[in-house]
Design a protein around this ligand. Structure first.
Ligand code: HEM
Length: 237
């Protein structure tokens, strides 16, 4: 009981909240890597087969479904404590910079993490209503596939077509691409900030970690952004 009280106190202290934001951020970044790898299958020229098998597996595996609930809880926790910390920092440092130096993206991002996070939160809400909700509660047609090697037939829900139809609208594609800019800025500062909070920012590793953070942020967001664009243009790889 005593241990529980001190753990909850530690988690709700200022540094505790920073650690919670950093750790949930690391988890969400790992989610993004896996999510991206799954979604890139939408670009295969296979009539959606690989993506449909992947989505079917993800939607029905009990372990994945459990991790998905943790994922949702972490999104809410990360957003809630992140916004709380941003407001606290702002109150402690009332003099805001008067000028935004051009090119100083990371400094701009660091001062606007709550704004960027809110844009991403709105993106996730729209995104879930378009895809997650339909995947779980929508009426999805079935697709049939024939395995040329084993000769087996499979009949699974055609999730890929749901995404295809979603990305037929230009405004949705523009909304996704614009949101990926916000995500890239948010991640570019967030990854470095998490390294710092978790004590991984000593002088020796700092430049390498900064590079890893930047490459990760812009790389992952560019790949996410390319999916709706190529699907809109009907280009497969
Ligand atoms: C632009 C490329 C993207 C595509 C094509 C895409 C596609 C999808 C699809 C089809 C689902 C439903 C999957 C299911 O419930 O089984 C989904 C779920 C989800 N997506 Fe995305 N997504 C993209 C980018 C993103 C980004 C950038 C984020 C976060 C910032 C994100 C966050 C989520 C979350 C949190 C879920 C719910 C996952 C769960 O069930 O645990 N997605 N996405």
């Amino acid at each position: 009981m005593q241990a529980d009280i001190s753990l909850s106190k530690r988690l709700t202290s200022s540094i505790g909240k920073k650690i919670v934001v950093a750790l949930t951020g690391v988890f969400l970044s790992l989610f993004l890597i896996i999510h991206l790898m799954g979604n890139l299958q939408l670009l295969k020229n296979d009539g959606g087969e690989a993506f449909n098998h992947y989505a079917e597996f993800m939607g029905h595996n009990p372990l994945i479904q459990f991790v998905s609930k943790i994922n949702f809880a972490f999104i809410l926790g990360h957003a809630f404590w992140g916004i709380f910390l941003a407001f606290k920092n702002r109150a402690a440092r009332p003099t805001l910079y008067a000028v935004n130096k051009p090119g100083a993206n990371s400094r701009w991002a660091s001062r606007n993490m709550a704004l960027l996070g809110t844009i991403i939160f709105v993106f996730i809400a729209v995104h879930l209503s378009k895809f997650w909700f339909v995947f779980h509660y929508g009426d999805i047609p079935f697709a049939e596939y024939h395995d040329g090697v084993t000769g087996e037939f499979s009949r699974i829900k055609d999730y890929a077509t749901v995404v295809d139809i979603g990305f037929e609208q230009l405004w949705i594609v523009i909304f996704y691409v614009a949101s990926m800019f916000a995500l890239a800025f948010h991640l570019s500062h967030g990854v470095q900030s998490a390294f710092q909070t978790l004590g991984l920012n000593n002088k020796e590793f700092a430049p390498t970690l900064r590079t890893i953070g930047t490459v990760f942020a812009y790389g992952i967001c560019a790949l996410f952004a390319i999916i709706p664009v190529l699907m809109y243009l009907n280009i497969t790889l």
